[in-house]
Design a protein around this ligand. Sequence first.
Ligand code: KIV
Ligand code: ZN
Length: 497
Amino acid sequence: MSDKLFIFDTTLRDGEQVPGCQLNTVEKIQVAKQLEALGADVIEAGFPISSPGDYNSVIEISKVVTWPTVCALTRAVQKDIDVAAEALQYAKHKRIHTGIGTSDSHIKYKFNSNREEIIERAVAAVKYARRFVDDVEFYAEDAGRTDNEYLARVVEAVIKAGATVVNIPDTTGYCLPSEYGEKIKYLMEYVNGVHNAIISTHCHNDLGMATANTMAGVLNGARQVEVTINGIGERAGNTSLEEIAMIIKCHKDIEIETNINTQKIYPTSRMVSSLMNMPVQPNKAIVGRNAFAHSSGIHQDGVLKNIQTYEIIDPHDVGIDDNSIVLTARSGRAALKSRLHALGVTLEQERLDQVYEEFLKLADKKKDISEDDILVLAGAERTQNHRIKLEYLQVTSGVGVRSVASIGLNIAGEKFEAAASGNGPVDAAISALKKIIDRHMTLKEFTIQAISKGSDDMGKVHMQVEYDNRIYYGFGANTDIIAASVEAYIDCINKFK
Ligand code: KIV
Ligand code: ZN
């Protein structure tokens, strides 16, 4: 019989720590419901003591999620655990995830402490958390760089104290797969009582080894993996859920099963990417735009003769549907609703009507409407309550002339207009904008996402603007790339504190 591998999704906690990718509670609920449909066993919903937003999200996600366990992160600190327990009050199945750094550098520089004291603090935190919940996970932060003998003592002590799951994070993404696999093997061999808990992997991708390390952990006895959709997460990100799920599905010889409904992988990936405004790199395994695109002549020839020559995964298995109906100006509400539903987005009738109106306007401008387009339209309500809105923009530009822009803004109901010239159309438009909003702000990064489907496609712009020593992230999407740029700039300004 196959062993079960528990999938612990931390898109809403570790994944959400990516600068500029923060979600509001409504968006987090949407993602949590999708993760439930996908089959994640545990959903890490946030770090409740870190902010009121995280606290509320854990409360609201606990209310809507039914069968998966809802997990909340804490440090090994009583106050954190009190707040996490309170936030989890409505969860049907709840887990507190507490822990402390165990590597020598964490012990010395972060805690100014010593190994024995850290074990005492770890044990005390687990015992304290067990007062509130039966399911307590302990993380040994920076376990990747922790000496194995000492790590085994920590793991043994926390299992004895009542930890049901012990997480071995490679926090800095430093380990080689062989090293990380050896670490898990060592724990499985030398920790007394190790079978009274589940050993979990939690790998970061700083050296591009997160998935390989996670698999090395699984092959050596770990039975929970901590992952995120699209591999998002701080710095280079975390292990990606879709990669692990498909490795396990393709390699039947491993004799391990997950609960993941792989056909929901692609819609979930699209939803997370769209809500977080975080593009997926085109060559990303499993969910990238090119993941199933064979372009070389030799490959195309082989694929046409027999798909198995070059394709190890059937795209339908991850939910990519090439036969899905193309949406055009003649598509009705039902087609739009069904496509949104396939992408994991369910809208109330009133909101569907609004999105349909926008859809028709967009369909007037471009021939075929892509999945990305409708996800952008469905997410547009995020900007509806913005104080500053773009009313109009007119730009003239060309070769050998200076660009000139005039802009109209609506700021809390009042109309403002300005015009300016600039070194190119975006510069002219932003200079005009700055005449109305006269603050010391600097454009730090400006990314135009590649347009894939023709010159009438929606241009998506990501921006970073510095103001008052803080960086703000903005997003804009429009068939007019200059308008998308100005929208992204305005999105940043609307977030100024
Ligand atoms: O990477 C890490 O060590 C973590 C822990 C807080 C679990 O995210
Ligand atoms: Zn992490």
